[in-house]
Design a protein around this ligand. Structure first.
Ligand SMILES: [Mg+2]
Length: 235
């Protein structure tokens, strides 16, 4: 039986990683007279990982890490004009329209009447709030949870706050590391719906096969059928 369903947002309900990828390409092009794209990419990832505990997830941290990477890779020769271009890239990302993934709206609408829906996302508070509002889906979720990290501690806290039982909670998301593994560890159900692109940091091994609380779907619109199989409709 399922009472509540948690939805990840970025790359589960709407496109996100494609926007980052596009800007990675722009960033590599900007630094192409100093280094090849592979060098720029690996240095940027290294800088982002080093800064994660300080800056957290999201576009602002990405922008600061990009600037730091550019300064390091050019040994300080990057121009003010080029740094301005990096800032402009970040601002455009923050203003990017929210593009829902296929089936996102219909899936959320189909489940909202029978289950308590939670939106659980990590990243910049302001940016996540903006995307939730612009998605047009905000009203279907009983709770919006914007957290700095999605681990067993954060999920346990969210479930406790809303009086939810982990064994009757199901989380759906594209990241094995952030959406699936911690929820399974708490005894909940988790549904992995992969996105074509995965940020290096979010990669993880799939959970061991022994649990029947882990499910993998190809598309989000397959979710209602799965949920109703686990938890037959109450009406
Ligand atoms: Mg995601």
């Amino acid at each position: 039986m399922i009472d509540a369903i948690g939805f990840d947002a970025d790359d589960t309900l709407w496109h996100n990683e494609t926007i980052f990828e596009e800007n990675h390409r722009r960033f590599c092009a900007l630094l192409s007279r100093w280094h090849d794209a592979a060098t720029v990419e690996s240095k940027l990832l290294e800088t982002e990982m080093r800064n994660l505990a300080l800056f957290g997830y999201g576009i602002k941290g990405f922008a600061l890490s990009s600037i730091e990477t550019a300064i390091e890779l050019t040994e300080g020769r990057i121009s003010g004009e080029e740094l301005r271009e990096i800032l402009a890239m970040a601002k455009r990302m923050l203003e990017h329209p929210v593009e829902l993934l296929p089936g996102a709206r219909a899936t959320v609408e189909a489940l909202a009447g029978d289950f308590t829906l939670l939106l659980i996302t990590k990243g910049d508070l302001r940016d996540q709030e903006r995307k939730i509002q612009r998605s047009g889906l905000a009203g279907h979720f009983a709770h919006h949870e914007i957290v700095s990290e999605k681990n067993t501690r954060t999920y346990a806290r969210i479930l406790a706050r809303h009086g939810l039982d982990a064994s009757r909670f199901l989380m759906v998301g594209n990241s094995l590391r952030s959406d699936i593994l911690p929820v399974l560890e708490l005894g909940g159900h988790a549904v992995h719906v992969p996105y074509p692109l995965t940020w290096e940091h979010e990669r993880a091994e799939p959970p061991p096969a022994e649990t029947d609380r882990f499910h993998a779907l190809e598309r989000l619109d397959q979710l209602p059928a799965l949920v109703w199989r686990l938890s037959p409709p109450r009406r």
